[in-house]
Design a protein around this ligand. Sequence first.
Ligand SMILES: Cc1ncc(COP(=O)(O)O)c(C=O)c1O
Length: 375
Amino acid sequence: MKSKIWLSSPHMSGNELPYIQDAFDSNWVAPLGPNVNGFEKDLQAYIKEDRHVAALASGTSALHLSLILLDVKQGDEVICQSKTFSASANPIVYQGATPVFVDSERDTWNICPIQLEIAIKDRIEKGTKPKAIIAVHLYGMPYKVDEVNAVASKYNIAVIEDSAESLGSYYKGKNCGTFGDFSVLSFNGNKIITTSGGGALVTKTIELKEKAIFLATQARDNAPHYLHSQIGYNYRMSNIVAGIGRGQMTVLDSHVEKRRSNYKFYVESFKNNDKIVFLKEPENYISNRWLSCILLDTKETREGLRLALEQENIESRPLWKPMHQQPVFKKYPSYLNGVSDHLFEKGLCLPSGSNLTDQELERVITTVNNYFRTC
Ligand SMILES: Cc1ncc(COP(=O)(O)O)c(C=O)c1O
C-alpha cells in the first residue's frame, strides 16, 4: 500500500515545543495562563484591525457564544450560509432557534447577497425578523463582504463572520476575521494552523471579549464562593493548547504561502484539461487556499476521480454537502438558487496541506492524469 496522502493534516513546526515546555515548567496547566494571553495578543497583532480576541476550546464554541451574546434564543431565526460545514449551523439549534439557509453565488461560492435579501424580506413578511446572519469564507475564499454588510445594515441585522477556514485570507486589503460584528476562528486539526483543537472569538470591544470569557469559564460571579446568576460554559482554551498556537503563529504566513503554491501547481498542471475548472480570486480578494477545489463536468466524473484517488491512498472529498440537503436540517426554511447543489455534485477538494511534498503533489497529478486518460 502506498503511503497516505491526506486532504489537510496538522503541520507542526517545532516552534510549539518551547511554549508547551514552559507551561509544564511553570505549572500553568489550566484554561488560563501566559500562553493563552500571548496567543490572543499574537492573533490580535496578526489581524491588525482594532479587534479583541478570546481564545476558546473550538470554533464551534466561538459561534455558540456569539449567538448568546447577540441574545439569540428560542423562537428566534438566524440566517446561515447553506454551503458550509455543519458547525456553522449547529449552535443555532443549541439555542433553540431556527436556522434559515441561504444559497451561494458563483463568484466566491459563498452566501449570495441577492438570495440573502430575498430571505430577509420573506422572513419579515412571515412575521420574524432574523436576529443574525452567519456568513462563511468557505475554503478560505472571502465572501462578498461589502454586499453582505450592505444588506445586513439595511435591515439592521448582526453579522457573524465564520472565518474558521480563512485565517490568512484578505478582502480589499483587510484580514478575514475582522468583518463581522463577531468573527470566529478555528484551530482544528485540519485548519491552516492548528492547536489540535481550538478556536477564537473576535469582538469589536473589550467588554464583549470579557463577557465571552466570563461565559466561557462557567459564568462565575464575583464572590469568594461559587456564585452564578447565568448559565455558563466550559469553553476556554487551555494554556498548553495555546502554547501550540503560539508556535503555529510563527509559521502562519509560510503555511498560507505553501497552500497558495499547491493551488498554483494544480492550476498549472491541469491547464490543458478542459474538464477541470478552478475558482479564481475576484479582484481584491486573496484566498489562503486552505483547500484547493476543482469542479468537474459531471457528478460521475467527480465520483470516478475521487475513487481513483482513493485507490492510490490519496484522500479527497466532495465539496461540502449544503445544509439544506442534510437530513438533520432539511425541515428548516431555505432560500435556494441551485448553486450549492451544483457545487456539491461536481466539486472535489484535492490534497492541500502545507506539509505536502513535491513527490506527493506529483502523485496526485499523475493519478488525476491517469484517470482522465482511461475514463
Ligand atoms: C466553516 C467552519 N465553521 C466552523 C467550524 C468549527 O470549528 P471547530 O472545529 O474548531 O469547532 C469549522 C471547522 O471545523 C468550519 O470549517
